[in-house]
Design a protein around this ligand. Structure first.
Ligand code: SIN
Length: 280
């Protein structure tokens, strides 16, 4: 089979066809996948039939799994390896998934930790007919579209990110009893592999610009939060069962649109750590 890479939007995302991920891509095929991941930031492999083990093995081509996840109520071996479910399904009234239901504001996975996630993967098992789309925003394009004075103004700034586990909106910032994680990161992140600059700010987690938690700083932050969500930077992924999607959290924000509680949405998620070395 020949591997083909087809862009999915003017801004980011590509569909990769010609691979069955039950076997690991090798040689030129793997090189093409790596290139597409860096060039397009979000890669979609449609029509896959992969197990949790296949998903883990593929991800290990890019780095080590990250085990900092909230354990679901019923753990099994896959969960212990860092696999989790994203689902609105409940068993005996208890969610089988790790993330909340419904829409979710733009964020970058792990931006609330000192070491964010390099990439996140989702494998679609059951998807709703309507809604539950994942929106991806290109943070390189957002940075590059800024005017030069703004680029100069923000060049050395840092952001303070905070996330209450399970929150879907920044308004939940003061939810009592929530588990809060916080971290600071450069507002302009240089991607370690491409050398490109990304505007690393997101609505769900970024609370303030460090040293600028005043009226002027808040206006700047609000302006940047609106800027990174401009439609021209976004690709909306409408899921089909069998889609396997991997995105680069170092240069992509993502969000989720709402969907009916009457419909089932079930995806398997596995994240790749930024700090641990890739296996030899
Ligand atoms: C996530 O934020 O990792 C989940 C995105 C989704 O459910 O579409």
């Amino acid at each position: 089979m020949t591997v083909s890479v087809t862009p999915l939007s003017a801004s980011l995302g590509a569909r990769i066809e010609g691979l069955d991920l039950r076997s690991l891509p090798q040689g030129d095929d793997l090189a093409q996948v790596r290139r597409a991941f860096l060039d397009h930031q979000v890669v979609v492999f449609p029509g896959q039939k992969i197990s949790a083990g296949d998903q883990i093995a593929f991800c290990e081509l890019f780095g080590a799994a990250d085990s900092d996840y909230k354990a679901p109520p019923q753990r099994d071996d896959d969960y212990r390896k860092g696999v989790m479910l994203v689902s609105n399904v409940r068993k005996n009234g208890v969610p089988i998934g790790n993330l909340p239901d419904g829409d979710m504001q733009f964020h970058s996975d792990g931006a609330h930790r000192a070491s964010p996630y390099l990439a996140t993967t989702l494998y679609a098992i059951r998807v709703p007919l309507q809604g539950g789309d994942t929106l991806f925003a290109n943070l390189y394009a957002a940075y590059e579209a800024l005017d030069d004075p703004t680029k100069a103004r923000i060049a050395d700034l840092r952001v303070h990110n905070a996330y209450i586990l399970d929150a879907t909106s920044r308004d939940e910032e003061s939810r009592p009893g929530g588990i809060l994680r916080e971290a600071e990161h450069p507002l302009v992140r240089v991607h370690p592999e491409t050398g490109r600059k990304a505007l690393y700010v997101n609505r769900l987690m970024t609370r303030f610009i460090v040293g600028q938690d005043d009226a002027e700083g808040r206006v700047l932050l609000d302006t940047l939060l609106d800027h990174v969500e401009r439609p021209e930077f976004i690709y909306a992924h409408k899921w089909t069962a069998g889609d396997f999607v991997m995105w680069d959290n170092r240069c992509v924000n993502h969000a989720r649109t709402d969907f009916s509680a009457e419909e089932v949405r079930l995806l398997r998620r596995y994240t790749i750590s930024e700090s641990a070395p890739a296996p030899a």
